[in-house]
Write a protein that binds this ligand. Sequence first.
Ligand code: FMN
Length: 194
Amino acid sequence: MLSSPSDLKVTLIVASVRPDRFGPTVAAWATRRALAHDGLVLDVLDLMDLDLPAGLDGSGDTGLLRSRIDAADAFVVVTPEYNHGYPGFLKTAIDTVEAAAWRAKPLGLVSYGGGAGGARSAEQLRQVFAELEVVTVPEAVTLVRVWDLFDDAGRLLDPAGPDSAMRSMLDQLLWWGRTLRAAREQAVPVGAEA
Ligand SMILES: Cc1cc2nc3c(=O)[nH]c(=O)nc-3n(C[C@H](O)[C@H](O)[C@H](O)COP(=O)(O)O)c2cc1C
């Protein structure tokens, strides 16, 4: 699909960093759905590829992460659920980037796990991102018993529900993304550094 200068820059963040993680299967599906959606250009940011210091001291790939977050108009987070929460490394990534790079941008959630499909992880992220003035859109993708949903080639066995949820989430993300981009062009958000 041809991109246009008005397209929204969406950064899709892959939050799981375990060696034998299922995350890339979910992220690859979400990436395909996003690429098929009009009105956006996609940057896939796999946290597994980044060296981020737990001490938030700005070393390693912190600068690279900041520049990717800063360049985005909107975000999608693909997250698993660990012990009813989101991955600790995702929190490090969130905290290590200054608030101004996140502020006044929308974010959509794709969660996966067992019986709750990662919904607890996703709901906790809404709380965290509220502090950064990130608008988490209400539509979300929730993949229950994720290990049963994909075939060996990484295709969803029954794509209708997840595809539809992803479309609705991206529609909301683009509406908020365009609206907030225009607002950021008009005025610096309250509390943002000049
Ligand atoms: C440390 C750990 C804790 C987990 N806790 C939960 C949980 O609370 N709820 C849930 O639905 N699944 C839980 N799971 C299962 C994960 O959802 C499942 O392993 C998923 O594939 C994890 O994503 P990943 O493979 O991309 O890391 C847990 C898995 C791990 C490794």
